[in-house]
Design a protein around this ligand. Structure first.
Ligand SMILES: Cc1cc2nc3c(=O)[nH]c(=O)nc-3n(C[C@H](O)[C@H](O)[C@H](O)COP(=O)(O)OP(=O)(O)OC[C@H]3O[C@@H](n4cnc5c(N)ncnc54)[C@H](O)[C@@H]3O)c2cc1C
Ligand code: SF4
Length: 494
């Protein structure tokens, strides 16, 4: 009964797991659970509606799940999170409000100011203190070093202190282009229910069957990945094709990031499949590296590098967001058009289009990192501050002066042509760097290297690329074309 309640537990929309975070010690008789749907999040037109649909419907389903477990749950709709908590506080002025440490610097600051006390955020596999002590002892923050430490610490794919299969990393085996004449397994479609329909109606969209909104659906997505995709995850991890929008990617990031799945559950399922012999070591290692390596590393770096990290703009990039990101209909660049259109439909594309098409384009056009970051945050289903900031500022745009990645991920059309099917249907030619039909990626790649050659020549991992500029007989024509391309992109004509 409410008069017996001893604590208020605030659950942000990305802590939706009944056994982790602040709910770990929750008792139906002692705790009042509170979720707040902030109008600031819902009412602005700028967010991708599929993203909002997933986050809101998952939260509303979670209320149902907790209620079935016997908890008293309040789902407040308020102007902001703090306004929602103020309302609860006015009803229960003497009760403490607790929450697992939030997943952004801003929310942590706002909640702390309001008087919320934090318990450890164990929705990751690595306690934040442990990451800090690792980072404090590094000269450079190489993910690979962190990942090997994780393998040993967690006892994953390690035997007698040595990596299973004789190598820590099977990346070289995992770089195949899209397969030809290939039969992809069907996509898993999630059934929608009344809550989904209600949320979709409020947002003015049709409910998405791509994304489930319950823990049961998240587990089904995990099983679907393990049974039908894990085996071929590794080889085609970097491939992009117009024939299949997901290839063998797991589609688990939304559930991992909103709490419907805990990384330990994904890891256990992957290890179990490997032990049963249904996947080889290259796919097993490749996928597990994403879960215990990249994901944990990115979260650790977010907290380690501090709140100001997201303001980085080391390359002094000040171009406004290109119109093709918001209106892809007009661009003739087939790879960009397909990718941005896919994002509008599902709020998701896999890692390589994010890195080698979207971020690459922002990087080589000199787009302002914060403008691009804000666009990515608005569009992606799995975007939250802790994960988007390091991936965009550090990995994608090299705006952090190489704190995370030792070199920028800049590439011309040749990479996209090798790893995708997009160039065949494109108005441009990936092999050309000058002239009207030159691929904008190819032209701007060289232009970018030339613009920043003084900076990059100091980086031994870039010296080969920088030396390549000297071999370009058509550099003047290329520079001329680069001016045209940049101006055309600014005007939405390319
Ligand atoms: C510019 C850029 C922005 C990105 N923004 C996000 C984001 O907002 N949210 C997000 O979850 N991921 C982000 N990523 C990482 C990665 O692209 C997505 O995690 C992945 O595409 C999600 O699809 P999936 O679940 O099918 O992943 P899979 O390819 O199946 O990989 C499995 C899991 O590994 C984890 N993972 C892999 N790489 C990363 C990484 N670099 N950072 C964090 N986790 C990783 C994810 O949890 C993912 O679900 C970004 C990458 C780039 C280059
Ligand atoms: S030619 Fe260039 S712009 Fe066209 S699809 Fe290929 S990489 Fe993209």
């Amino acid at each position: 009964m409410w008069w017996q309640v001893k604590r208020i537990i605030y659950i942000p929309f990305d802590h939706l797991h009944p056994k982790f975070g602040a709910l770990k010690t929750a008792e139906p008789k002692n705790d009042l659970i509170v979720l707040v749907e902030s109008a600031r999040m819902v009412q602005k037109d700028e967010w991708n509606k599929v993203r909002l649909y997933f986050l809101i419907s998952s939260a509303r389903h979670f209320v149902q799940e907790l209620t079935a477990l016997g908890f008293t749950v309040r789902y407040e709709k308020a102007a902001t999170t703090v306004a929602g908590l103020e309302k609860i506080k006015s009803e229960f002025p003497k009760l403490p409000i607790i929450c697992a440490h939030p997943s952004s610097h801003l929310q942590a600051e706002q909640l702390a100011k309001f008087g919320v006390s934090f318990v450890e955020n164990d929705l990751f596999l690595t306690p934040r203190n442990l990451f800090i002590s690792w980072a404090d002892n590094q000269k450079s923050f190489l993910m690979e070093n962190f990942y090997r430490g994780q393998r040993s610490r967690l006892g994953v794919l390690v035997e007698g202190g040595k990596p299973v299969g004789g190598k820590w990393n099977f990346d070289k085996e995992n770089r195949l282009p899209p397969p030809k004449n290939y039969k992809y397994p069907p996509y898993l479609k999630h059934k929608t229910d009344e809550i989904d329909n209600e949320v979709a109606l409020e947002l003015g969209i049709t409910p998405s069957d791509t994304w489930g909104t319950t823990r049961k659906a998240a587990k089904a997505q995990l099983k679907n990945f393990i049974d039908h995709h894990f085996k071929n995850f590794g080889p085609y991890e970097d491939a992009m094709t117009g024939e299949n929008w997901a290839l063998h990617h797991s589609l688990l990031s939304p559930y991992l990031n909103n709490g419907l799945l805990h990384p330990s559950e994904v890891l256990a399922a992957a290890l179990n499949a490997y032990k049963k012999g249904t996947v080889d070591i290259a796919s097993a290692e490749g996928f597990i590296r994403q879960i215990i390596g990249w994901r944990e590393y990115v979260n650790g770096m977010y907290w380690y590098l501090g709140a100001d990290y997201k303001k980085g703009n080391h390359l002094n990039a000040n171009r406004k967001l290109l119109p093709l990101f918001t209106d892809p209909g007009k661009t003739k660049m087939n790879c960009v058009k397909t990718t941005v259109k896919d994002i509008k439909v599902r709020a998701w594309v896999h890692h390589i289009p994010r890195l080698m098409i979207l971020s690459n384009l922002a990087l080589i056009t000199g787009t302002n990192p914060q403008e691009f970051l804000n666009w990515m945050r608005r569009e992606f289903i799995d975007a939250t501050d802790w994960v988007m900031v390091p991936n965009v500022i550090g990995m994608g745009l090299h705006a952090d002066n190489g704190k995370m990645m030792s070199k920028p991920y800049a590439a011309g059309g040749a990479y996209i042509s090798r790893m995708s099917t997009y160039c065949k249907g494109c108005a441009y030619d990936p092999k050309l760097r000058a002239g009207d039909n030159a691929c904008p990626f190819t032209t701007l790649y060289w232009d970018f290297l030339d613009r920043h050659k003084k900076e990059f020549v100091k980086n031994h991992r870039m010296s080969q690329q920088i030396n390549g500029i000297k071999r370009l007989s058509d550099l003047p024509q290329l520079k001329e074309r680069a001016v045209e391309v940049l101006s055309g992109l600014d005007k939405g004509l390319i």
